[in-house]
Each structure stands twice: as structure tokens, then as C-alpha cells.
Design a protein around this ligand. Sequence first.
Ligand SMILES: [Zn+2]
Length: 245
Amino acid sequence: MLINISNHPSSRWDVNQTAAAHKLGGRRIIDLPFPQVDPAASTKDIEGLAANLMSQIWDIIKENMTTTDTESDDFESVVVHVMGEQTLCWHLLAQLKDRRIPAVASTTERKVEEKDGVKTSVFQFVQFRHYFGGSQWHVATAVENERQQCAAEQKRLSDAEFKAMLRAEIRSEIQTKFLCNGQVQYTWTCQECGETLRRARGEEEVVQRDVLPGGMAPRVTTRGSKTPPEECLIDEVLQHRCGSR
Ligand SMILES: [Zn+2]
């Protein structure tokens, strides 16, 4: 499969170019128009256009690959033809290279034709030249890599969700007590071993309180932690292992 990203739709290619495309990418040629690039666009805009193109290419590749055996010819012969505005080409090619998807440009030769005394120049296709990669770049590997990355991301997400669930559960088991000195005490008692863990608001933060002469406000030295005591207690509970968790 050859994905053509240029302003020259494959329907208007000459026989040589079409034949070369089939030789390179198999029977299928899919056209994606090269986007119009606003001359006033920023680099960030170009990155956006490139990302958008990349996701379209990726969709085409994956659609083509679904359920098919990853060793099939179509799978191996994905190549992207990229011709167009330089900065967008660069960003798109960088993404293709990252994913080890081979990319080519077409080279042309200028021919001058004379007809009824009028000279016109035409550009004749010569070859597809690889920007990088080639037949040794197996797109199956790129697809497999992405699949694995997705799976890892999924797992990371569900780990985070699981942790959040666990914390919520512990939070519901915490008892809150208002002490007469104005502190709030949080306690959690292990149902397995009976051990009680405690944290009070304020108590772990103030390390030293220096009373200064002359009625100035006391200087308070605190330990850096800004984590609320109930969250600290949850951390401690998560560390507590006596077989219950
Ligand atoms: Zn315990």
C-alpha cells in the first residue's frame, strides 16, 4: 500500500510513476491531499497539521491491518509518498521515521517540449527515492510497538484507578476526632491486628515555635510537608502490612 500525500493525485500520474508505485507499495494507492499551509502559520500550527496527518495515516494503516495476518504482503509494503511544503514535510517525516514507516519522495526530470513554436516544460517522473528506511522497515513492528504502548498505558491507568479506589476505601475507614486543644485527630484501626495509626492536623508540621522578645509574633519552624494529615495517614495505612492488605 502506498499512501500518497501530495497535491498530485495518483489518478493523474503517468504510467511510469503508477508502475513504480505498485512495485513499491503493492496494488493499492491511497490519496490523501497535502494540506494547504497558511504562509502565516506558526511552527506549532505545523506540528498540529503533521499530527493530524499522522493520525490519518495511522488509521489507514491499522484499518488495512485489522485481523489480517501481520506477515501478509500488504502489511509489509506500506510506504508513504510525501511531497509538499517543507516544514510540514519535515514534521510529518520525523513522525513517520519515529514509527519506522518508510517514506519516499518522487524525483522528476524537466523536459522541454516544443509544439507549434511554443516551448513548454514538463516534469517527468524518474523514481521514488526513500527519505529513510526501506523494505527492511517492517510496519508490523511499528503497529505491534504501538499496541504494546497502548496496553502499557491502559495498565498504568488502571493501576492509578485501583490506587484511587483503595485510598477512598481507607478514607471511609478513618475516624475523625476533635481534640480539646483544637487539633483534629485522624485514626485508623487495623481490623486484622488491632493496631491504631494516628495523625493530627498541625502536630506533624510545627517543629519549633520560638517566642521572640518584644511581643513580636512567634517564629514557627515547620517541616516542609504540605500534605494534609488524612492523606499522610492513608499513606501510612498503605504501608501497613500485616496480611490484611
Ligand atoms: Zn494490621
